[in-house]
Design a protein around this ligand. Structure first.
Ligand SMILES: *Cc1c(COP(=O)(O)O)cnc(C)c1O
Length: 354
């Protein structure tokens, strides 16, 4: 570890923990007592500090606000029966964060800050990890440009933050999904594979339209042919057809390489499903639905883990799924939950002890 990344720690005198009920706490609304902050200046990371959670002072000319050099991650931490804290697959998010950074012409963040800073921060705010079933501590790393100059060019300065938010169950209700054929989220050669802020801003208009029409989320399709499904809001998508699980492949660089996606693929293999990572056309989905072989559809992501999809609407064609017998969806969710709550052995080395 190099001297510049030593972590300074200033703890709060007034914990807010007794003001928040962690039971069924809504996603992303409450933050723990502390945050991590670091600055990138003159080509190096410095001022690494864990301090009381607080607002930042941002100049109106802040480059990220104008030109969108801003990336983030989403990770979860859990507590076992003995009260030990674990982070789920943080190295995968660490790698993906730096992939996003490179695509957005931002500096990479070293492991001593991203992983060790996160570990230390969680150690300090460990009492904020809810211990109820399906509850966890959501970890949000964030990096944004911090130059105070108007002008379209990569920033010289950046800020890295880690904040923590206790959370209860997410997306509890099965979702009605709108398959979007006009607007696109990501094109080949674009930034679809990066967790870059603008990807989400660009999706909001379309998501709002879908919501107005009674849908919960949008399922995006490819930008060229508007024919192959990509992903769903902030979730990767799986279709269970017969004894196969179909999910769009990552080669086009248009979808996020979800850590949960990878986890779910591993768990589906355990139960003997054939995994096909390849382009999946909406026509194929409709065919399978008509043939009665499309049994289950679900989304995967850190926030939701596995989210049931009850309906898909493509143009004026509606597909409804029988929710009374979702054996794969519920089996996968149970298996992943068991590993994360330390009830099942950590065979894949996914749990990182704080
Ligand atoms: C974060 C995200 C996902 C899910 O990734 P996980 O690593 O499983 O949380 C999927 N799609 C998009 C667009 C995302 O931003």
């Amino acid at each position: 570890m190099i001297a510049t990344t030593e972590i300074k720690i200033s703890k709060t005198e007034h914990s807010k923990l007794n003001e928040v009920s962690l039971e069924n706490v809504p996603f992303g609304k409450f933050f723990t007592d502390h945050m991590l902050e670091a600055d990138y200046e003159n080509g190096e990371w410095k001022n690494v500090e864990i301090k009381p959670y607080q607002p930042l002072l941002i100049a109106p000319s802040n480059a990220a606000l104008h030109y969108g050099q801003s990336i983030f991650e989403g990770i979860k931490a859990y507590k076992d029966q003995q009260g030990n804290a674990y982070i789920f697959r943080p190295y995968d998010n660490f790698k993906r964060f730096n992939i996003s950074a490179e695509r957005m012409q931002m500096p990479t963040v070293p492991e001593e800050i991203f992983i060790e800073g996160m570990r230390k921060l969680i150690e300090i705010d460990k009492n904020w990890i809810p211990s109820m079933a399906n509850h966890s501590l959501y970890i949000r790393p964030l990096m944004f440009a911090s130059d105070e100059v108007i002008g379209v060019r990569p920033s010289d300065n950046y800020k890295f933050i880690i904040m923590l938010s206790p959370t209860g169950p997410y997306y509890a209700a099965p979702m009605k999904i709108w398959v979007e054929e006009k607007y696109v989220r990501a094109a080949e050669g674009g930034v679809g594979y990066a967790k870059a802020a603008g990807n989400y801003g660009g999706a909001m208009y379309v998501a709002a339209q879908a919501k107005k029409n009674g849908f919960d989320q949008v399922l995006w399709m490819d930008a060229k042919e508007h024919k192959y499904v990509q992903e769903c809001g902030v979730m990767n998508v799986f279709f269970i057809v017969g004894n196969k699980a179909l999910t769009p492949d990552l080669t086009a660089g248009t979808i996020l390489a979800g850590v949960t996606r990878d986890t779910v693929i591993t768990v589906l293999k355990e139960i003997g499903l054939v995994i096909e990572e390849r382009p999946v056309s909406i026509d194929e989905i409709i065919e399978a639905y008509k043939a009665g072989t499309l049994k289950e559809v679900f989304g995967t992501g850190t926030a939701a883990t596995v989210a049931t999809i009850k309906e898909l609407q493509y143009k004026d064609y509606n597909m409804k799924f029988d929710l009374t017998n979702l054996t794969i969806t519920s089996g996968v969710k149970k298996r992943v939950d068991a590993i994360r709550s330390c009830e099942a052995p950590d065979t894949y080395d996914w749990m990182f002890k704080v």
